[in-house]
Structure formats: structure tokens, C-alpha cells
Design a binder for this molecule. Sequence first.
Ligand code: F0G
Length: 488
Amino acid sequence: MTIMEPSQTIKLFSGESIPIEQHKVRVVQKLFLVPIEERLKAMEEAGFNSFLLSTRHVFLDMLTDSGCNAMSDKQVAATLMSDDAYGGSQSFERMQEAVADVFGKKYLLPVHQGRAAEHIISQAYVKPGDIVPMNYHFTTTKAHIELPGGQVLELYTPEAVKVKSSCPFKGNMDLKRLREAIEQNGVEHTPFVRMEASTNLIGGQPFSMENLRGVRAICKEYGIPLVLDASLIGENAYMIKQREEEYRNVPIKYILLEMCDQADIVYFSSRKVSSARGGGIATNNPDHFDRMKNLVILFEGFLTYGGMSVREVEAIAVGLRETQDETYISQSPEFIKYLVETLDAAGVPMITPPGGLGAHVYATDFIPHVPQTEYPAGALVAAFYIVSGVRGMERGTISSVRNPDGTDLLADLELMRLAVPRRVFTLSQIKYVADRLIWLHKNRELIGGLRFREEPKLLRFFLGKLEPTSDWPQKLVAQFRKDFGDSL
Ligand code: F0G
């Protein structure tokens, strides 16, 4: 029998298809949905910056899928079997075996999280004047490549930054531009090429296996290593299965192995890919391993723990194997698809097609009356939290920097990201998110802009504080009360 529908989706008698949880909830954490007036106060105290909210005031935390996925019973059980040892821990051996089975790489360098892997790789390979071509940058990646004097070169296709698209693989790299870039910069100034699975900053969009194979072929031709950021590889593999004809009936396990087989170095944030906290760098080439190992000891910890707790190492080993299970790995993308399609059908401007990681709302079209210099994405995140208790993340100009002349370096896209951590939310919670966002869209005229009140020089999106440019938040609260009475 050919399974036409993803295993996570089920058809109801009514004809509607819904994503259905293929796990049961056995440990729960109480949530608090505080009244809207308290939410407004909490947002004011957080300086209209969702990073600075306490989870005491957050109902559904959709800030990120990093480090807050639900662990499986088997992961939790494994943490109790961990082997505390500075050197030669058996826990690490189990992680090594899992990496070999799931990613097909036999040498593993452990690190404390994804950006630590980026630090090590960049310190080992990047020198001043180097260019690193990639499908798209991630914030921490860019910073680490620039630290030793390198530069990021993004070679995405025009579809990547189109808000509404039916392109199944917006994460693809432009192969023609890759070849031109190598020719122009020279092999000696191209230390590696980087591909990011489920490309984060353009909306968790996947690349195709065909494209990855194409990148691989060019890298091989010029003798340049290919580095794969596998932090969101499970979702990319799932979307390859869903969207690339050739892989329709191929088990996820083999798709993962084929993806990693294209790369010389695979690195990952285990805060994402294996629903624990940690990371790693894996390769089959002992020269790459040798080039990076001393840096790991210096910056992370000894080669058999890399700054991670052995309990996390055990949880990672189990979590990595669970990435091969389609019923696990499909949960988050199927919930995202449901959310994006519900909102899109209601006229809310969404990034399409749905990707991995979360649903992305296009703030520019949501509140076109708020100029980019008044941070529409940040304003939308603040407004949405106030009316729902749902915490999203700003992915726009606040997350950018200032030009030397003091003006904002305006972002390519103004987005509100609503992350869907793995196995955390139920469908009724997702329906609540859609409902409140549709209400906000109907009342979008009420949302105004933001300006900085305290702006640190570095990492302003994490630590900066803002304020509304008018009393629009109060007007939003008044309208909410009018429509919802004394409901929360
Ligand atoms: N690569 C990708 C694609 C990521 O999404 C992240 C983190 C990292 C590397 C860095 O990993 O956080 O373990 O150091 N993304 C998080 C997010 C922060 O919220 O999207 P890390």
C-alpha cells in the first residue's frame, strides 16, 4: 500500500484533515493565562521585547524550538543511565554510535550547543579575506565567520525571499552563482561551503536533495569541503519526503544518511535536532577531526563531553535515533502546516509554503501603516502577546544592526516567528493561536509602532528595551474587552 498522507495527518468523518498527535502526554507543566491587563503590564516591563518576558506571564511559548522540545520517555530514562566520567564516558560512546547510525559519520567532536560548533569550525578554517558561500546565513553563524575576518556570501534563489510562493524548496542554493563565486574569490579564499537544513531565517524552508547533490558536485570539483548545518535536518528530510518525488517512498532514515553523505562536516545544535541540549561536529575525515580537536578541548571541554552534562549526552543519543522515526519528526511540520494554512485561508499574510521550525507572519503586510523604521515585526510580536499571551520572536529590523551613520540597517523581511517546538503543544492550543491572530488581523489598524528606549550597542534584539510610539496598546486592550467581555 502506498501511504499518500503523512502519518501525522488523519482524515475525519467530516472530511477535514487534521494533524494528530502520535504520542500521549504523561508529564505536564501548568500554564498560566493571565488577564490581558496583566499581559500589557508584563510587556511594558519587558520593554516591548519578548525575550525579556518571564514565562510566568507567558501562556504559549513560541519564542523558539531551541532547548524546549518535549523529551520522550526513552530520553528521560536514558538520562538516568549516564556515565559520569571526564574521559572515556560510555555516555559519549552511545552518542558516537547514534551519530554514526543516523548521520553516517564516525568521528564526533562534542560541543555545548550549535553556535559552539560554528565557533570551532570558523576558528579552524576561516582566515581574514575568506568568503563562505551559503544558502542563507543564521545569526550566530555569520557572527562566528566574521570573528576571524571572514565574510558570508548568500547564494539563495529569488524564490527564497518571496513571501508567498509555491516553491517547495526555497532553501536551495543557486548553483550557477556558487560556481561564479568560487571562480571570483578563488579556492584559496573559499574555506568551505555551508548548507543549512530547513533554512531558519527565511522561514524554516528546506533545500532539495537534488540541489544538495548539485552543491556537493561543485564542491568536489574544486576540492572545497561542504559543511552541513543539521540543526533542523529532521524537518528538511521530512519535507524532502513530502515534496521530492524521488523520495516519496524512501524511509526518513535513508534520506538523513544520504543528506549527510553529501557533506564533509556535519554540525548540529542538539537543542533542536535531538530535543535535548548540546551539540556536535561530525565527519568521516580524520584530518578535519584533527584540525578541530584541540580547539574543542580549549573552548568546550574534553573530547568525550565537550561542555555537556552526561545526562544530556544520553538524551541526545536517544533523541538522534528518534529523528529517524517519521511519526516523531513529522509532528512539528504538520502542526506548522495546519497553522499556516488556517491563517492563510483567513487572509493573514503568512510565509508560504509552510516550513519547519515555526509559522512566520509577514508583518509588513499585516500592518502596512507602520513604517519599517518603527519596527513592524517587533510591534506585531508585542501586540500579539498582549492579546493572546502567546510569545513569538521578532525577526526583522530590531534583530538587525545600525549603519555607520546611525540609521537602521533595514531587514530583508519583517517577520513574526511563532515557533512550534516538537511534541509540546496540542491542536486546541494551535487553534487558539490561529483564532487570536485572526482577531488581531481584523483589528490591525489599532497596532502602532515602537521606538528604542534603551539600545545596547551589541545584541540589541536580546537586551534592548522599546516603547510604543503612541497609546496604541491601551486601545488594543479596550477593543479586546469589547469583543471578548471578561474572557481571558
Ligand atoms: N544553526 C541553526 C540553523 C539554528 O537555528 C541555530 C539556533 C544555531 C545554528 C545555533 O544553535 O542555539 O544551539 O547555539 N537557533 C535558535 C533559534 C537560537 O531560536 O532559532 P544554538
